[in-house]
Ligand binder design. Structure first.
Ligand code: MD3
Ligand code: FE
Length: 216
């Protein structure tokens, strides 16, 4: 613990610089994890997890839901953001304050002031689930970063280059880790390897990942 100017105790910030524009904030969300998980539960009661289909017709192995003004969807028509949940036809659940606060704090800690995400994609991985290398490029403004929060079981993240054929670097992500991707890292290929079986005290047999985006 360190003491700041006002004598308040705060946990040491563990910053791992991955490459230009990408920083891992180890355990940054640890103290907020139970609130975040509660809010994941509330959001996904309204907008249940589902396995969306890629334009190629394959069901994704990660189950997904969204909150905020915009949600990311995929179906046979393609990938896009939209303001309604296609399952219910209703607007996505509002972004919980716990989500918004954490995303803002993490962006500032990584050097991005004024990050105001309008979308949060919630991914749930169970053993055997993975996400292949892809770019996040359905957002309008690539000058805005993406903040990702890992909760529950650990999973190995793959961080590639600007072309799919560049060999990715492997970065293990654990409960509470937050990664901020901006600047020249914003359009890099990335994915996660297959989740291994395990049992986490707060999430059981799964890993959750929140990604905060400015879609519009
Ligand atoms: C690097 N999710 O939802 S988060 C996704 O663990 C996604 O669920 C993964 O990729 C997961 O699109 C990885 C880390 C991440 C998210 C966005 C990025 C890394 C990124 C955007 C640009 C570069
Ligand atoms: Fe992604």
């Amino acid at each position: 613990m360190t003491q700041d100017l006002f004598g308040e105790l705060s946990p040491e910030l563990i910053r791992e610089h991955l490459m230009e524009g990408a920083v891992v904030l180890r355990q940054f969300a640890l103290a907020d994890a139970e609130w975040l998980l509660n809010d994941i539960q509330r959001v996904t009661t309204q907008a249940p997890f589902r396995h969306m289909k890629t334009p190629g017709g394959h069901a994704m192995s990660a189950a997904m839901s969204c909150c905020g003004d915009q949600g990311w969807v995929t179906d046979t028509r393609g990938y896009r953001y939209q303001s309604e949940d296609p399952t219910s036809g209703q607007p996505w659940p509002a972004m919980p304050e716990s989500f918004r606060n954490l995303a803002g704090k993490a962006a500032v800690a990584a050097g991005f002031e004024g990050f105001e995400p309008d979308a949060c994609l919630i991914n749930r991985y169970e053993p055997g689930a993975k996400m292949g290398l892809h770019q996040d490029k359905d957002e309008q403004d690539f000058s805005q970063p993406i903040v990702s929060v890992s909760l529950g079981l650990p999973q190995v993240f793959q961080f590639g280059g600007l072309k799919r054929n560049e060999r990715p670097v492997r970065v293990p992500l654990a409960h509470g880790d937050v990664v901020v991707w901006g600047g020249p890292a914003r359009l890099r290929y990335h994915g996660v390897l297959t989740l291994k079986a395990g049992d986490h005290p707060l999430t059981g047999v799964c890993r959750y990942n929140l990604t905060f985006r400015k879609a519009r």
